[in-house]
Ligand binder design. Structure first.
Ligand SMILES: Nc1ncnc2c1ncn2[C@@H]1O[C@H](COP(=O)(O)OP(=O)(O)OP(=O)(O)O)[C@@H](O)[C@H]1O
Length: 269
């Protein structure tokens, strides 16, 4: 498998009134084409900064980001993005919102073809019949479904999601997790998911990257070698519990603390 994303020695600091704030430190990450990679780490360690660098919205102070063998130097229209806040445009219908990336990436595509593609995706995520509604007429979960359609309508080379399910209630979130597997089965894509939810990372990802505390480095990588759509019940298997404990320990280590299991053993003594 070829590597779709290559992050090579990326170091970045923000200029702040108090001086430079180092955020990423010699970060090296490779993500193979077709992989669903989840990125977890302590709050404020630089996860969103990483997404901005991959999308070409920022250039790193040093190091390089490569996408499909091309050095990323400017914003790339071929990246699909979804955020915690779906940011749908209220003056457009749901269908018009989903079509938006096609208007930018494929302006010559006939209107009917754009609409057919958007309608197919909306049907796939259970939003058939809502094409002509305005965003404010939909629930938060429905808006996020529409936002995911918009993020993949132009078949992006990578789908970047920054805590897309963070604002949803637990059950809606689990529905959308299952939807992600369905979308992936129908429309294979490479994905980078930023999340604070370790269960979400284990349920969705093929590999989970743990970033260290700021300035972030790649601290740990967990591979989850399970094929295809996964039943929600997999989260209760002994293997998943072990994966979750491993990730939780890594988050503690990233914050300079003892792994939770070590701390629990000490408490029991
Ligand atoms: N434009 C900016 N200018 C200055 N500092 C910034 C800027 N953007 C982010 N930061 C700071 O850089 C650090 C990393 O921010 P970033 O949003 O990448 O972290 P994160 O891991 O995504 O955070 P969280 O987990 O809380 O969402 C934070 O301390 C943040 O305050």
């Amino acid at each position: 498998m070829t590597n779709l994303i290559e992050i090579k020695g990326v170091t970045h600091a923000y200029a702040t009134a108090a001086g430079p704030l180092p955020v990423l430190d010699d970060l090296n990450v490779s993500i193979a084409e077709g992989t669903f990679c989840a990125v977890v780490g302590p709050s404020g360690c630089g996860k969103s900064t990483l997404t901005r660098l991959i999308a070409g919205l920022m250039r790193p102070d040093s190091g390089e980001v490569w996408l499909h063998g091309e050095l990323v130097k400017s914003p790339r229209a071929t990246v699909g993005m979804a955020f915690q806040n779906p940011v749908l445009l209220e003056w457009r219908t749901i269908l018009q919102n989903v079509i938006l990336p096609l208007e930018i990436v494929a302006p010559r595509m006939p209107r009917a073809q754009k609409e057919a593609r958007a309608r197919d995706l909306l049907a796939l995520v259970g939003l058939e019949g809502f094409e002509d509604k305005r965003p404010s007429e939909l629930s938060g979960g429905m808006r996020q479904r529409a936002s995911l359609c918009r993020a993949i309508v132009h078949k992006p080379e990578i789908l970047i999601m920054d805590e897309p399910f963070g604002a949803l209630d637990a059950f809606t979130r689990e529905d959308l997790w299952q939807l992600m597997h369905k979308l992936r089965a129908e429309e294979p894509f490479t994905a980078l998911l930023i999340t604070h939810d370790l269960r979400e990372s284990v349920y969705l990802a093929d590999q989970v990257l743990v970033l260290s505390g700021r300035p972030a480095r790649a601290q740990y990588r967990l591979d989850i070698p399970l094929p295809g759509p996964r039943p929600l019940g997999m989260l209760y298997s002994a293997q998943s519990v072990e994966w979750l404990a491993t990730l939780r320990d890594q988050i503690e280590i990233a914050q300079g603390r003892a792994p939770v299991r070590t701390a629990a053993q000490e408490d029991a003594r």
